[in-house]
Design a protein around this ligand. Structure first.
Ligand code: HEM
Length: 137
């Protein structure tokens, strides 16, 4: 992965961190708008959603921090991907989540979500999803 890509993702994620709870909410509303059938895969109720949003942000934070050392991140992503099979996640769902994620970043970052930043996130998410899927199906 290119250093420039990693830097763009890490710097833009720093700007999302302070608004993480709002970002998590935007993410799930976008996700369920894109595919309402994904809703039953997640625990319901407001508290469950908050916990889930935290998990997502924590994992993204760890992933973003770990990009510079992809070798160490890969087995973590492989295990995560395998757990997702048990959550009834299918390979095609990864595209939908990717679209919801980019849409969330666009909403959260505003003007800072430049085409360059968008490209960097698309590439990073693509790598993460690719490793998770490859290990699981
Ligand atoms: C790069 C992609 C993804 C990342 C980093 C990610 C991250 C996580 C994390 C950290 C958890 C907490 C549980 C655990 O660690 O096993 C989780 C759970 C979950 N994820 Fe993902 N996920 C990704 C993709 C997806 C996709 C594509 C779906 C499809 C809708 C999905 C649906 C779920 C569900 C249903 C749970 C379990 C909810 C629960 O029972 O609490 N995830 N994810």
């Amino acid at each position: 992965m290119e250093t420039k890509t990693i830097t763009l993702v890490q710097e833009s994620f720093e700007k999302v961190k302070p608004i993480a709870p709002a970002a998590a909410e935007i993410f799930y509303s976008k996700l369920f708008e894109l595919d309402p059938q994904l809703k039953p895969l997640f625990p319901s109720g407001e508290d469950a959603m908050k916990v889930q949003g935290n998990k997502l942000m924590t994992m993204l934070a760890a992933a973003v921090a770990g990009l510079s050392n992809l070798d160490a991140l890969i087995p973590v992503l492989q295990d995560l991907g395998k757990r997702h099979v048990a959550y009834k996640v299918e390979p095609s769902h990864y595209d939908t989540v990717g679209v919801a994620l980019l849409g969330t970043l666009e909403a959260g970052l505003g003007d800072a979500f430049t085409p360059e930043v968008k490209g960097a996130w698309a590439s990073v998410y693509g790598v993460m999803a690719g490793v998770m899927i490859e290990a699981s199906y």
